[in-house]
Write a protein that binds this ligand. Structure first.
Ligand code: ADP
Ligand code: MG
Length: 321
């Protein structure tokens, strides 16, 4: 089923779900079902709620409506490095663009930027936010359009291997976000900010313009501890709308009690669950393909690893993102 209608992938993931098989799927650790389970009211059977959601989408035949102010400025953060922030930003960006939303993804991980690589746009970064701020180019020159999904644009802060430029902080990023809102061609629907690891200057800069946060965590104790600390910092900064994605979940390990369950993670962090992403070899394969073959466009950008999971999450909860 084509993805142009946005919600179609979530339809695909529901089709196989009957009253008796859903519990089996949840037990088997299908991530989209975990996400669904949490979003549904306990009194209704999931399949009945799904039927309602699908009907309402088909009835209006349009993308999901956004609640709240536009653009939604969402920072994707974690505290710990390597848990999947950049992967999540790229996937959410692609999914939203496919749902026909206008998206700008800002790579605020200045020192170790790689969002451009995951989106297959690394060779197109001629200008960055620094040149815009120095008056050396226009904002639209620094925005790199995705080759297939033209309503997804990437903005990098600085050239690779540069450190956080002196004088670049929360104020400068807020200025850039405001400039994006006032673009003559119209404000984007979503501005996604890929946050660097840690809780120092780069983190503070990345969260300053955001009004919501997606906290990415893996089900291990170090990642959870950092996530908890980051939640406190986000709340101190006035970001109350924080949701979490549990990434790299392995149902076989959960069954063998070698990995924390998603419920344990929820209990520890006490945050609303946006979704659960399984450990997926496709993610690693995609990144290998880029480095191995030197292709200009990554397979991640073309095919999208974990796209089904992200689509299911977004298709069900775009209002809440
Ligand atoms: P961060 O931005 O938090 O540092 P990345 O998004 O760069 O993390 O991901 C770190 C590594 O983990 C990458 O090699 C990526 O391919 C891998 N990874 C992320 N999510 C998954 C997943 N769900 N399954 C398998 N590998 C993953
Ligand atoms: Mg990263």
């Amino acid at each position: 089923m084509g993805f142009e209608h946005g919600i179609s992938l979530s339809l695909t993931s529901f089709r196989s779900c009957s009253e008796c098989s859903l519990s089996e799927r949840i037990a088997a650790g299908k991530s989209s079902c975990w996400g669904i389970k949490r979003l549904l009211s306990p009194v209704q059977h999931p399949c009945k709620v799904k039927a309602f959601k699908i009907t309402s989408v088909l009835q209006w035949n349009r993308r999901p409506q956004l609640a709240g102010q536009v653009p939604r400025v969402v920072v994707i953060t974690s505290g710990k490095g390597g848990v999947g922030k950049t992967t999540t930003t790229a996937n959410i960006g692609l999914c939203l663009a496919r749902l026909d939303f206008k998206v700008v993804a800002i790579d605020a991980d200045v020192g170790l930027r790689n969002l451009d690589l995951l989106l297959g746009l690394e060779n197109r970064v001629n200008y960055t936010a620094m040149e815009v701020l120095n008056g050396e180019c226009r904002l639209d020159q620094a925005l790199i359009r995705d080759k297939r999904w033209t309503n997804l644009e990437l903005l990098c802060i600085n050239k690779p291997r540069y450190k956080m430029p002196l004088g670049f902080g929360g104020k400068a990023l807020t200025w850039l976000v405001d400039a994006l809102k006032k673009r003559p061609e119209g404000s984007p629907d979503f501005i996604l900010i890929d946050c660097p690891a840690g809780i120092d200057a780069g983190f503070i800069t990345a969260i300053t313009p955001a009004n919501e946060a997606v906290l990415v965590t893996t089900p291990d104790i170090t990642s959870l501890r950092d996530a908890d600390r980051v939640t406190g910092l986000l709340e101190c900064d006035g970001i109350k709308d924080i949701k979490m994605i549990v990434n790299r979940v392995r149902s076989d390990m959960i069954k063998g009690e070698d990995m924390m369950s998603v419920l344990d993670v929820q209990e520890m962090l006490g945050l609303p669950l946006l979704g659960v992403i399984p450990e997926d070899a496709e993610v690693i394969r995609s990144s290998l393909e880029v480095g191995g073959t030197g292709q200009h466009e990554s397979s991640f950008g073309r095919r999208g690893a974990c796209q089904e999971e992200f689509s299911a999450i977004l298709g069900l909860s775009t209002r809440q993102l």
